[in-house]
Design a binder for this molecule. Structure first.
Ligand code: BTN
Length: 325
């Protein structure tokens, strides 16, 4: 109960950031006493918020720390389902693991699992995902779509569209998508998406959509092997970003594309994906499990496969590969 009031109080202060909101107004909106408000203000201050208090004028939010605890995100969120249940921990081996655990404890579609740090972040193709404390977004979203198993790759592409929209909206940075779902800025990776699913008999049980985004990571702090291939939003723009605001935007855009996908199918998603894609029309090498394949990237097949035009002029679908130029 207390945390719900604190969420509302924070949302109210954020909405009027740098302006005073009277104690009377707060107590009217929150339905609690002035003493209770004072207690919550005190707790927010302990969490790093700078809140000025003036007799008669009320309270004014002067500074917000870059925290990603549930109340920070919920204060900014306008989704109908995604992120209404948030499970946050400071440090975990992988938020994917948290999400799989969550399902066993009854978590429902839209539940979000996130951490400030991952000690064993997982990437695609068995790779590790560098997830240092407090500098990025390491989160996993639970989906339970009623679609056949063979359509699952479309969910990954759908997610890349949603996250790209959110980053563009919040930062204005020119993020593009490298097939299937690497988000790049100027050729360097800023965000990766890992989809893990459980299903049986051609039916999806649930999907865990893992999103890893380098937000405020200074360029110099990437490990040597990542320095030339990875970047962060801050490194690209020269400013820092509030992660809670980005997370709220990601959840909003994801809910939007997911609903679109469930009602209208993959076609509108395919169009958006192609409009954000880098490398279309360019010569690429697809490193498939069967070996390298050269060709021109032509677009996205309805199944989610990348369409590659070979030197012989034949267009073939690529289902699993690492694409390089
Ligand atoms: C990729 O290889 O591009 C995918 C990276 C996905 C990383 C995210 S971070 C949150 C979630 N937890 C993990 O361990 N991995 C995903």
């Amino acid at each position: 109960m207390g945390s719900e009031i604190r969420e509302h109080l924070l949302a109210l202060l954020i909405e009027h950031a740098d302006q005073f909101v009277s104690g009377e107004e707060i107590s009217r909106q929150l339905g609690c006493t002035r003493t209770a408000i004072w207690k919550h203000i005190d707790e927010l201050r302990k969490a790093g918020y700078e809140i000025e208090a003036r007799p008669k004028a009320g309270y004014c939010l002067r500074y917000q720390p870059d925290r990603i605890a549930p109340e920070e995100i919920k204060a900014l969120l306008s989704t109908r389902r995604f992120g209404h249940a948030i499970h946050y921990v400071e440090s975990v081996d992988s938020t994917q693991w948290l999400a799989h655990q969550g399902v066993r404890s009854g978590a429902k579609e839209g539940a979000l699992f996130l951490a400030d740090e991952q000690t064993q972040g997982r990437g695609r193709m068995g790779r590790k995902w560098h997830s240092p404390p407090r500098s990025g977004i390491w989160m996993s979203l639970l989906l339970q779509p009623q679609i056949p198993l063979n359509l699952a790759p479309q969910l990954t592409l759908m997610a890349s569209v949603g996250v790209t929209r959110a980053i563009r909206r919040e930062t204005g940075l020119p993020v593009t998508i490298k097939w299937p779902n690497d988000l790049l800025i100027d050729g360097k990776k800023v965000c990766g998406i890992l989809t893990e699913l459980r299903g049986e008999q051609d039916q999806i049980h649930y999907v865990v959509l893992g999103i890893g985004m380098n937000v405020n990571t200074p360029a110099a702090s990437f490990p040597e092997d990542l320095k030339t291939i990875a970047t962060s939003l801050a490194a690209e723009s020269g400013r820092t970003y509030r992660r809670a605001k980005l997370i709220a935007a990601i959840l909003e855009e994801l809910e939007h594309v997911y609903d679109l996908y469930l009602t209208e199918g993959f076609e509108p998603i395919r169009h958006s994906w192609e409009s954000f894609a880098c490398m279309l029309g360019q010569s690429v090498t697809a490193h498939t499990p069967q070996g390298p394949r050269q060709g021109i990237a032509r677009g996205l097949h309805a199944s989610g496969a990348l369409l590659l035009e070979t030197d012989e002029g034949v267009v073939v679908p690529v289902y699993s590969a690492d694409i390089r130029q």
